[in-house]
Design a protein around this ligand. Structure first.
Ligand code: FES
Ligand code: FES
Length: 968
């Protein structure tokens, strides 16, 4: 039965509109259908706030209203906020303060803030937090959003708003650093503090690098322009839908799609019977993809609730959903196993019992990989140690919860090539991996990555692209596929839940031996199972780099969604375990925890003993620590938080609410040594500007901006003279994509090389124009090339000359970069907490991280990475986990039951940078994206121990677990 249609009248952004809508059609869908693409969808349950619009000036969730219900009313979307080309003060403030990362939540944040500031011109911090609590952000940690609202309020009140200033202090190497007074927070103070930078005096000065440049994509995101994958309408587009398994483990005895296929408006229905059985691995990894090859596009067995069963393409989303219901599936339900420890037990259900998967270590025992590596004589070292300590730790199955769910649109272009427009971190891997699955050569495929609404590793995977492509190839029509929020929870990827056993041998204050035994749960498929755990083993055994080290790991299958890449990539789980055990040891030996860690952590000039044996999925390379600011970071973090004074004071506290302060240190990497490679192209235009073409994939992190800063620094131009384009497999050079904290270090290295080559061409052409014999001493500065005799030519003159007059040619250079090193950024983390000992509830008051990420290319975007990373890590440590019934049914697969931190719940979040000058990095840069997530878990456990005396070893620290531990 077709839905009854109505005519309604709306005023949208001051324009009168007459619209024909379905009686039950949601306002959100109508607005997007009418191309108001700034209105986003992030859930299906009214929890995320992405769809917020202003209805007669009030913020409402457009997914919770029918269009018919607002007939006659006035609507404002973000498209309507800028007037006569002038940005609204809120839009400008969001840009200035770096409050836009991926930008997917930005329209809802700005509109909500507008309605709030209309009524509260001079708001308090607490009022802002409460007002913004209905709109989630997964990227920023909310800090820059608060700053932007405060700045906009001042602008609207007509007060002066000075340019953004990042305080910087120069220090002498070896000096003991103390934190600026602004970091000494009063209790309950949540006011954002600008990140402070500490710079060694020997570090060279830069002009564009190191400055808080505006993100190159900020204006379009602040205006709500249609820049995301789903923000287009293609003529004749079909809607794809996925039938997922209701069972955690079942064989498909038969499947009958005939009724669905016969439905009007249904163009294709495909099941395992219709597709070739080609084994592959879905993780967006380098060639050759690490084993196992344990997936096929559609299988005759399902291995978790949410696994793929069939796909449909139809004229409308509703028709596609109806068709799914007509597919008859005869399942033979099998027993399921949902826990990695149970999966190893004798008689456990076998997740992969097929005989055509490749590279599974022991399928009968559910072991996909077994890894053993060691250095030194570990047993002898344990036997000789004065003390041997052991501890068991476990970590949750965290969901990425990017606010843009996975979405892609595929179509055939005019040359009959397949175009895949997709929200991916790895466009070049997608092209290569998809080709054999759809029966095309890579050259017949173009992958386009528009703006991405958050990734965090979840989009380093081929999830919908091959399904959508197959339906386009079958039908010849454009097809759109999108996960609902629930599908994103049950069918996409998660963080690996790990069971971690550490054993540490200590003599005096020295750690002599460490053993890490790890059981990693990769869920139903092994897409990132090997690499995540090798990285975890390496970093978890390198932070404290004893000479005797052993890693033993089983990666196991369970009947749960496949685990994949997730910011922190195995490292955060293992560093959590070792950090907590190191503090337990310090306490037992009566040592100061900070000094015990300082005495044992990896120092400059020391080798990383396991770097060769534990590469990422294969043998690595010998490495050593070149630079480290960890000691300075620790000093600053301790001082900024009055760590020792608080620890002493808290010993005397009594009552139900107990305060605690905790500490951790961490290291990460910068790209994958010897594996990651990136390229960049710079092409000059005749006005002296340049196109910067990069395959690197900005997923909201600001990488397009920092790469432009690197090029601008070399070319002596402002960032605004660079037109950055990323990424498109037809038009940008190759890049491995955004993962492994590689973009600044590896892609930045490529951009710097391309810019150096371009600068050389500019000097040569300028020398010809000035009739000089040599380019020696020529400077690129202020959009000019300046000769030693002070004569100069502008870049515009060079552009025009090289195109039209002298030795006519295009000034254009491409460069590639890889590194056999992966220099570790380092950091110190402090967390302050209040524990309600009656209920077990935790209230985190403050998180402070002091970070050494080498040279900070852009302090605003870097601080945003650290702030957002800490809040994601707090979710991991405190409240985020996916739960299953014994049969493997999802119990909390939606926002709401799966809780991510809201604006009004966030603690104070503070960042300090300590710069180091990494010789192998562009301008001394290392990485920043993942180190930010590594330390909150152990620091929270440390703080809870400080408050209560109990050691919590099983994350997340839910009230139930804390309460139970307290009672026991
Ligand atoms: Fe409306 Fe999530 S899409 S609240
Ligand atoms: Fe808020 Fe990405 S910037 S979700």
């Amino acid at each position: 039965m077709t839905e009854k249609k109505l005519t309604i009248h709306l005023i949208i952004n001051s324009e009168k509109k007459e619209l024909i809508v379905g009686k039950q059609e949601r306002l959100l869908d109508v607005l997007r259908r009418e191309s108001y693409f700034s209105v986003k969808k992030g859930c299906d349950t009214g929890e995320c706030g992405m769809c917020t619009i202003l209805l007669d000036g009030d913020p409402v969730r457009s997914c919770q209203l029918t269009a018919a219900a607002v007939d006659g009313r006035s609507i404002t979307t973000l498209e309507g906020l800028a007037r006569d080309g002038e940005l609204h003060p809120l839009q400008q403030a969001f840009i200035d303060e770096g409050a836009i990362q991926c930008g997917f939540c930005t329209p809802a944040q700005i509109l909500t803030a507008k309605a709030f500031l209309d009524d509260h011109p001079d708001p308090s911090m607490e009022e802002i937090r409460v007002a913004m609590s209905g709109v989630l952000c997964r990227c920023t940690g909310y800090v820059s959003i608060y700053k932007a609202i405060l700045r906009a309020a001042a602008l609207l009140r007509g007060e002066p708003t000075p340019p953004i200033d990042i305080p910087e202090a120069v220090f002498e190497e070896g000096a003991k650093l103390t934190a600026p007074a602004i970091y000494k927070r009063e209790e309950g103070d949540r006011m954002p503090i600008p990140p402070h930078i500490f710079t060694p005096e020997a570090m060279s000065a830069t002009t564009v690098v190191g400055k808080p440049e505006m993100k190159v994509d900020a204006v379009k995101l602040a205006k709500g322009k249609p820049v995301f994958t789903d923000d287009i309408k293609l003529k004749g587009m079909l809607y794809g839908a996925l039938l997922t398994s209701p069972h955690a483990h079942a064989r498909i005895k038969d499947i009958d799609a005939s009724e669905a296929r016969a439905m009007p408006g249904v163009h294709t229905v495909l099941t395992y019977k219709d597709l070739p059985r080609i084994k592959y691995a879905s993780g967006g990894q380098s060639y050759p993809n690490p084993l196992p090859y344990d997936q096929v596009v559609l299988d005759n067995k399902v291995r978790h609730e949410g696994d793929r069963v069939a796909i449909v393409a139809a004229e409308s989303p509703e028709m596609a959903q109806k068709a799914l219901h007509k597919i008859k599936v005869d399942y033979e339900v099998l027993p399921a196993v949902t826990n990695g420890l149970d999966a190893l037990k004798e008689g456990a259900p076998v997740v992969h019992d097929e005989d055509d998967s490749e590279g599974i270590y022991d399928a009968r025992r559910n072991i996909v990989h077994h890894i053993e590596q060691s250095v030194g004589d570990v047993d002898a070292a344990f036997a000789a140690a004065e003390h041997v300590y052991e501890g068991d730790y476990s970590t949750p199955r965290q969901d990425h919860a990017a606010l843009e769910t996975h979405v892609c649109i595929t179509y055939m272009d005019e040359d009959d090539r397949l175009v895949i427009r997709t929200s991916t971190q790895v466009p070049f891997h997608i092209r290569r991996m998809i080709a054999p699955l759809v029966g095309l050569e890579p050259k017949q495929i173009r992958v386009v990555k528009p703006r991405i609404g958050g990734g965090f590793g979840g989009k380093q995977e081929m999830l919908l692209e091959e399904l959508c492509s197959i339906m386009t190839l079958k039908t010849g029509r454009p097809v759109r596929m999108e996960y609902s929020r629930r599908e994103d929870f049950i069918s996409a990827r998660t963080r690996h839940p790990n069971f971690i056993h550490y054993k540490v041998g200590v003599t005096g204050k020295k750690v002599e031996a460490i053993e890490l035994k790890l059981i990693g749960d990769t869920g139903a498929y092994g897409c990132h199972g090997l690499t995540v755990q090798m990285v975890g083993g390496f970093k978890g055994l390198t932070l404290y780099n004893a000479e005797n080290l052993r890693f033993i790991c089983d990666v196991v299958y369970t009947n749960t969604p496949a685990a994949g890449a997730y910011r922190g990539y195995g490292s955060m789980q293992c560093q959590y375990g070792i950090e907590v055990l190191m503090e337990e040891i310090a306490e037992d030996l009566g040592l100061d925890v900070a000094e015990f860690k300082r005495a044992n952590w990896l120092k400059v000039g020391e080798p990383m003993h396991l770097s060769k044996k534990l590469g990422e999925g294969r043998e690595g390379f010998e490495q050593m620590m070149n630079t480290s600011g960890l000691s300075e970071c620790l000093d600053l973090a301790l001082d900024a938080t009055d760590f020792y004074a608080k620890r002493e004071a808290y010993q005397k506290q009594s009552g139900t609410i107990r305060k605690g302060i905790g500490l951790s240190v961490m290291m990460h990497g910068s790209g994958i040594a010897g594996l990651d490679m990136a390229s960049a192209t710079l092409k000059m235009n005749d006005d002296g500007s340049f196109n910067l073409l990069i395959g690197a994939t900005d997923l909201g992190t600001g990488s397009d901006t920092i790469l432009a800063q690197i090029a601008a620094e070399e070319l002596g131009i402002p960032v605004e003279d660079l037109i950055v384009y990323s990424s498109d497999t037809d038009f940008t050079p190759f890049d491995k994509g955004a993962y492994a904290s590689s973009t600044t270090y590896i892609s930045g290295g490529a951009v710097r090389k391309a810019a150096q080559k371009t600068a050389a061409r500019l000097r040569e052409h300028a020398a010809r124009m000035l009739e000089l014999e040599s380019t020696e001493g020529m400077l690129l500065k202020d959009r000019q090339v300046i000769a030693p005799d002070n004569r100069s030519v502008t870049l515009k003159e060079i552009g025009l000359s090289s195109f039209h007059n002298l030795d006519q040619h295009q000034i254009m250079e491409t460069a590639s970069h890889m590194s056999l090193l992966s220099p570790p950024p380092t950091a110190a983390q402090v967390v302050e907490v209040e524990v309600d000992t009656e209920t077990g509830a935790l209230k985190v008051e403050r998180m402070m991280m002091a970070v050494d990420c080498g040279r900070v290319i852009n302090p605003l975007t870097a601080a945003g990475q650290v702030e957002g990373g800490m809040l994601q890590a707090l979710g991991f440590a405190h409240c985020e986990d996916l739960y299953y019934s014994p049969e493997g049914k999802h119990l909390n697969a939606d926002f709401g039951p799966y809780h991510i931190y809201r604006a009004d719940e966030t603690p104070a979040i503070d960042v300090i940078f300590v710069q180091t000058d990494e010789p192998s990095g562009p301008f001394g840069a290392k990485s920043v994206a993942e180190i930010s997530i590594d330390g909150v878990g152990p620091a929270l456990v440390s703080a809870v121990h400080d408050a209560t005396g109990i050691w919590m070893r099983d994350l997340p620290l839910t009230p139930e677990k804390v309460w139970t531990a307290l009672k026991n």
